[in-house]
Design a protein around this ligand. Structure first.
Ligand code: DX5
Ligand code: ZN
Length: 214
């Protein structure tokens, strides 16, 4: 069954604890946490120390989305946060296979992320080494962008590529209520939502988003 993964990058930094409490009260299972290095993407966000602190104060599963140029240099620190799910961009390293292996060897779920300009075909030789595929539905790094419509075709193609394997498809970027429903119909199970959840009436929005992915 599909579920909404709130993206903490979309929360109110001045009231982070309130937003985390809200998500816990809403029985959120998985929290999506962006890690940006100002290099792979221009933005800079939550470092391992901040993630570890949030993790200590939460019961949610943490899904860390690494947007860094040298993932090998950061993976130990990310593992030390206790995050249960860690995803790495295919485009960020020539050694994607070895880093995914390292995540799994540490007993965590390993995800590979592909940018809008990257074909799902590159995933073929990674299928035995991953638990989930994160399809970026915007260009990573900046909030407030529009969902790229061609992503729906990519979700369907990825679903075919996965076949019977136990691999989930996650989508991230520009997802609102209507788009969430389309992504689920196309085959996605993990639906990341930032702006569309945290702006406006959070409780009402969350309810509508949950219903849209049922
Ligand atoms: C963007 C991040 C997303 C971001 C999504 O690079 O990876 O997780 O928070 O925000 P929305 O849903 O507002 O596009
Ligand atoms: Zn993300």
């Amino acid at each position: 069954m599909a579920q909404i993964l709130p993206s903490i990058f979309g929360a109110d930094i001045m009231h982070l604890q309130d937003d985390i409490n809200f998500l816990e009260e809403e029985n959120t299972q998985i929290l999506h946490v962006d890690l940006m290095d100002g290099n792979f993407v221009s933005n800079i966000a939550f470092g391992p120390n901040q993630i570890a602190e949030m993790k200590k104060n939460s019961t949610m599963i943490f899904d860390v989305h690494m947007m860094v140029k040298h993932p090998k240099d950061h993976i130990d620190d990310v593992l030390a946060t206790g995050a249960e799910m860690i995803s790495v961009h295919y485009e960020s390293t020539p050694h994607i296979h070895s880093i995914l292996q390292k995540i799994r060897q540490a007993g965590r779920k390993a995800g590979v992320v592909i940018n809008p300009g990257t074909s799902e075909v590159v995933l073929e030789y990674l299928l035995n080494d991953i638990d989930y595929i994160l399809i970026m539905t915007i260009n990573p790094g900046q909030p407030g962008q529009s969902f790229i419509p061609k992503s729906l075709e990519k979700i369907r193609n990825t679903k075919q590529l996965i076949g019977d394997r136990k691999i989930d498809i996650e989508v991230d970027g520009g997802v609102n209520i209507e788009i969430a429903e389309k992504c689920v119909k196309a085959g996605a199970e993990l639906i990341v939502v930032g702006g569309a959840l945290f702006s406006g009436d959070k409780q009402a929005q969350y309810q509508l988003l949950k219903e849209a992915v049922k």
